[in-house]
Design a protein around this ligand. Sequence first.
Ligand SMILES: C[S@@+](CC[C@H](N)C(=O)[O-])C[C@H]1O[C@@H](n2cnc3c(N)ncnc32)[C@H](O)[C@@H]1O
Length: 453
Amino acid sequence: MSNRRNQATPLVAGTGTIVHGDCTELLAQKSFPLVDLVHTSPPYNIDKPYQDYTDKLHLSDYLKFVSRVARLLSEKMRSGASLFWQTGYTQASPNSDEINPIDVLTFPLFKEHGLYLKDRIIWRYYGGMSFKSKFKNQHETILWYVKGDPENPTVQPYFNIDAVRETSREHDPRNNLLGRNPGNVWQVDRVAYGSIEQTSHIAVFPEEVTERIIRACSRPGDTVLDPFLGSGTVAKVAKSLGRSYLGIELSRGYYEESVRRLGYQQLGELDTVLSWLLKNFLLGSRRRASREDCRFYFRQLLRARPTNIEARLSEWCRAFTGVDDVPKKEKPKLWAMGDEFLKSISSPRTGHLGLLSNIAAAYLNNYKLAKWFNGLRIGLIAHGLQQEIEPVLKSDRKMESVLDRIVEGEPSSYESKHKGNVVLLKQGERRVKAGVARRRIKEAPSATEPVLF
Ligand SMILES: C[S@@+](CC[C@H](N)C(=O)[O-])C[C@H]1O[C@@H](n2cnc3c(N)ncnc32)[C@H](O)[C@@H]1O
């Protein structure tokens, strides 16, 4: 490794840190903190044209590299912590027809370092490279490893199935009210060219994949690590879900891009929803607003009269004590209410509906996985957020501090002007085009500060 790779620059944003550097060196630091969850996709050794990294090692060197990373990660994972290692296939030799399945080849390396395999998830996508001589490749594997504990052999990873339930196909009274258990084949579209998730990185994985992992396998406040951060997807999603994040990226350009991308993301679900409402209904049409305008808008939202369906759903959410208490015969009626609610918020007139509908629409727009949630779940989530938001909107003082938090929490989107009295929505591309990213790399100051955790 070159010396330049020893040098790293940290960015501390919200409760997270992302670092420009080499993960094999940074993870080896004694003071690197322990983490609760790792989700990562390393280079696959398939000669991808990354910036500052050659993705074409001899297979034996690649396996040594993976073994080293597995050991370092295992040392930094708490007992019972989960590691989701996303990987694919590599050619056995240049121009060869034979492939090496990386997950199979590397499996013993993880086991050797105290990480046992709990599940093997298939990420299935449409598209993919076409071949004339064989089938199109349309999947990747995500290996779920757990850090075992010899002193506590029964240690179990944290897993919250309720956080990731999918809407059931039928409203059968035997089904769970919150939805069905997801399986281990995930059908998720790849990041399409021109989509909002696209960056200059060549291997961005979809937010929906990491969202499911973070929701199911960590609690708010837990630390989520991606040692091969790329364009920052894991850190961005962890931030949006109120987790603490750590990310390491070797390439200066991708690191810079991650910094900017995280700057478009609020910390936690509540601020994510509030920021979306501001952007879409107030700043969307005028780009700048005084603090007074922002307060006025939020107060109007608070006063909007709920529709019949919102009022019924709110009442039910207030009375709801838990799925186990709902009699089977009640369920179809409740699901129908949830369906009606989802239909009402999908209309373009959401802005004119009450607070509950607006929160639900903001949530659905921000969280990719939420499209799998049934209407009752969305209603319950929106109701929970509404309970938190209402006291804020009723107090000028609290609203001021929330506005400060929103502006500071998303520096790529907002700016304060005129002694902080004006909130300005920054213009510009949310996506980073490849050419722009490359220009920025040339302009970026070189990193000089070594990071010590
Ligand atoms: C498959 S990509 C990850 C893409 C990422 N999941 C995303 O959504 O953008 C692997 C990344 O690892 C980076 N990388 C390679 N070796 C590294 C190392 N030793 N330390 C940190 N990052 C490294 C590469 O520059 C590349 O951006």
